[in-house]
Design a protein around this ligand. Sequence first.
Ligand code: AHR
Length: 506
Amino acid sequence: MEFNMKTKMVLERDFVIGSIDERIYGSFIEHLGRAVYKGIYEPSHPAADAEGFRQDVRELVKNLNIPVIRYPGGNFVSGYRWEDGTGPREKRPKKLDLAWRTLETNEIGVNEFASWCKSVNAELMMAVNLGTRGIEEACALLEYCNHPEGSYYSDLRIKDGVKKPHNIKTWCLGNEMDGPWQIGHKTAGEYGRLAVETARAMRLVDPDIELVSCGSSFPEMPTFPDWEAETLTHTYDDVDFISLHQYYGNRNNDSADYLAQSLGMDSFIRTVVSTCDFVKAKKRSKKTLNLSFDEWNIWFHSNEADNTIMKNTPWGIAPALLEDVYNFEDALAAGCLLITLLRHADRVKMACLAQLVNVIAPIMTLPGGDAWKQTIYYPFMHASLYGRGKALSPVIRSDKYDSVNFTDVPYLESTAVWNEETNEITLFAVNRSLETPLELDCFIQGFGTLNSIDSIVLQNDDLKAVNGPGKQTVVPQKGAYPNIDGEHITCLLPKASWNVLRFLCK
Ligand code: AHR
């Protein structure tokens, strides 16, 4: 006889965490591996458009409804001269990209990337180089991108064929400047001073921009969270966000422990929120700083292969780096991480799934061949499509387990979103139990009559099942509609599953 575990959940119209900034469904494309070249851009591909961008890839990107894409790095940006990617293509220099030991052809630069972003309906979020460069170059790039006309750099953009300014709103002040691997790595004091002076000068060029101060590269950094406290002492008044980066992975092949890693994301976010608020208190400031979790994903499958490629392969163009092939349990882990971001919708106002194509990505391509959806594509798509509106604060009672690195891990990871415009409630839920279905017993209070409009489930008996070219093994299916009795719904969440339950309220 199969034993089902029981969970209780209460959702209430007035229990709102905050309005969801749609930019939490952002992504990231770096000049790294086959993300740009042989990824979004492959002029010789049969599906390429007149600009050389693959239209099949574009369609897969568009289906994700991504509002913002961070560019051009990542570690790459800390050695990048943005001017190299402007002007006539045949004159652009081929440079050594020291971050990824790659030859950068500069065929794609800010203008081409901005044009591609437009075609996938996304805003561009730009990072400036605070590794090898500084205030002057950041201001020049901003002038090139956002100033209408009549100055040296804006006229250069016009000469390069782009009449209208890009009006890029969000700018990252460097990338992972706390990391010793970063070109131009800095101490917190050095970065804080440079970042605040860059921020002030950039706002003189364009006062309407938003700025992101660099946080720690991951919470295990020995300098975390002192880095946040010290750098924000300099930048707090002059920036709008602090960044967070973290990658997860089933490194010890322990699935129960792996699925609990979203608890680590939760505690990382809480610590950064506390640190921001500590600086706020120290400064007697009225301003509350928000968080940009602008690099998150699963990244571990390719680590060994990358070490070998980076050590042994000669400098080349677009080598296959960071090409994680994601399996079914990675999709479950990604689902837990998405739910965690939604639970912090009051303070996490931007987030970027890192990255988008070929490099630790939901979308993969073969040169000259197919483009396909990896397993993690699906939870990200569901959250992006249906997770818009107000994040609700559910009260959940679930059985818990202890794993090697985490205690009190609830079997049910869940949250819900209330979309006032469409009158819909969407409940996202992961059953972390690898053996047992969960009986969900949920009260959805104060929304009127509930009608099921969709039930989606991602489930596979093989946690290691993967998708590949021409092979979609892990795909969402129609799930059973829950039983509805007034405000009370019940349903069964299969063992190890990602679930999306949608209701129309009348
Ligand atoms: O996304 C891959 C790399 O991870 C980025 O270049 C860097 O910012 C981070 O360490």
